[in-house]
Write a protein of this length. Structure first.
Length: 365
């Protein structure tokens, strides 16, 4: 009899598993010379603007290409060969500046500098618009990055955020509440905390009744699994998050059992809908209608040679050489040690040999 109960328990748990959401790498990674299939929009990704005649001044100086801005990333695609390309996720961007650069096609001119950090390395990208008196390159990228940074609740797990006001969930644009459940216990502590549970089309939110700032917001994008499991508090709704969001395992007790099953079915259904049509929250209206990616990925004459590409679009040593061209500091693959700087009176990263913080402010004549 105990064996039959275990089998029945496993059957129920597997029945309530959610479909795994396809991991989003487009905004989290930087890819160099990736296969053109990786440049196509994934579900939920949309082209916001496409700017023709843009030079990759850092790695392909003198080469024209198209800069495509989506709600998840920035792509540069060479006009000569679409295999020469860049994919820069907005989540890797550290800063954006406009400074002078030396272009082979335009000479000394204003360019867009994008500083990024990915995989423990810092990369610098410089893009120059070859269309005179056109600020689109600067305004579009800056506006979309700002929209991305202010909509992280759609995509990232948030603990103790300002998401509840006077017992009401502060809704995001395009967000709708499907259920509001009172009397739900958060099982993160030994005693548990009584609170309120919200189920929306974008995320799950729980907050404590006695302290609204004790809360958690779990986007469907970061949910790896949802099921009912046994716990010392009885049957509990268990939400497992992705490794990117910390790999949390969060438990909630919903009474009675019929109500628990109903909530699980609703979350499973909404998660499946989100997987088909995800909402990333980034929106920006472009002044001109952007080109479609198929138009940007222009056909090029194929050589009579078969080129075998890896999964990451790399090509061994050649790929390493391409990546090296974009290092913010050539030869630097890790951060230097932190030292005390007497000139600034602050702890800073050690300067390269022959450089001091004082010399950075000196203007040569």
């Amino acid at each position: 009899m105990p064996d039959e109960e275990k089998k029945e328990k496993k059957r129920k748990e597997s029945k309530h598993k959610t479909n795994k959401f396809v991991a989003v790498w487009q905004d989290r990674e930087i890819r160099f010379d990736t296969p053109t299939a990786h440049l196509q929009n994934r579900k939920g990704e949309a082209v916001i603007d496409s700017i023709n005649s843009v030079e990759d001044t850092k790695g392909n100086n003198g080469e024209r290409g198209s800069l495509v801005v989506t709600n998840l990333r920035i792509m540069w695609i060479s006009h000569k060969n679409s295999r020469t390309n860049l994919s820069i996720g907005f989540n890797t961007v550290v800063s954006i500046n406009i400074r002078k650069a030396k272009s082979k096609l335009r000479g000394a001119t204003q360019a867009l500098y994008i500083m990024t950090k990915f995989g423990g390395s810092r990369f610098e990208f410089i893009f120059t618009s070859l269309v005179q008196h056109s600020p689109r390159l600067f305004t579009t990228v800056q506006a979309v990055l700002r929209a991305y940074e202010t909509t992280k609740l759609y995509r990232d797990l948030k603990l103790r955020g300002s998401i509840v006001r006077d017992g009401h969930l502060v809704l995001l644009p395009e967000e709708s509440i499907y259920s509001q459940l009172k009397g739900v216990w958060n099982l993160s502590s030994e005693q548990g905390n009584l609170g309120t549970f919200f189920v929306t089309n974008v995320r799950l939110v729980w907050h404590a009744n006695l302290a609204q700032n004790f809360n958690v917001s779990i986007p469907y994008m970061q949910m790896q699994d949802v099921r009912v499991r046994s716990s010392k508090f009885g049957p509990a709704l268990v939400v497992e998050t992705s490794q990117h969001s910390g790999g949390y395992i969060l438990g909630f007790r919903v009474d009675p059992a019929e109500r628990l099953d109903s909530v699980l079915k609703e979350i499973t259904s909404l998660h499946a809908v989100f997987a088909v049509n995800p909402i990333f929250g980034v929106s920006h209206e472009s002044e001109t209608k952007p080109k479609q990616l198929d138009d940007v990925l222009q056909r090029h004459i194929e050589d009579d040679v078969e080129i075998v590409e890896g999964e990451d679009g790399g090509g061994g040593a050649t790929h390493d050489g391409v990546v090296a061209a974009y290092y913010a500091e050539p030869g630097k693959k890790a951060d230097r040690e932190v030292v005390f700087d007497e000139h600034l009176g602050l702890a800073v990263e050690a300067m390269p040999p022959g450089v001091t913080t004082k010399s950075l402010w000196e203007i040569p004549f």
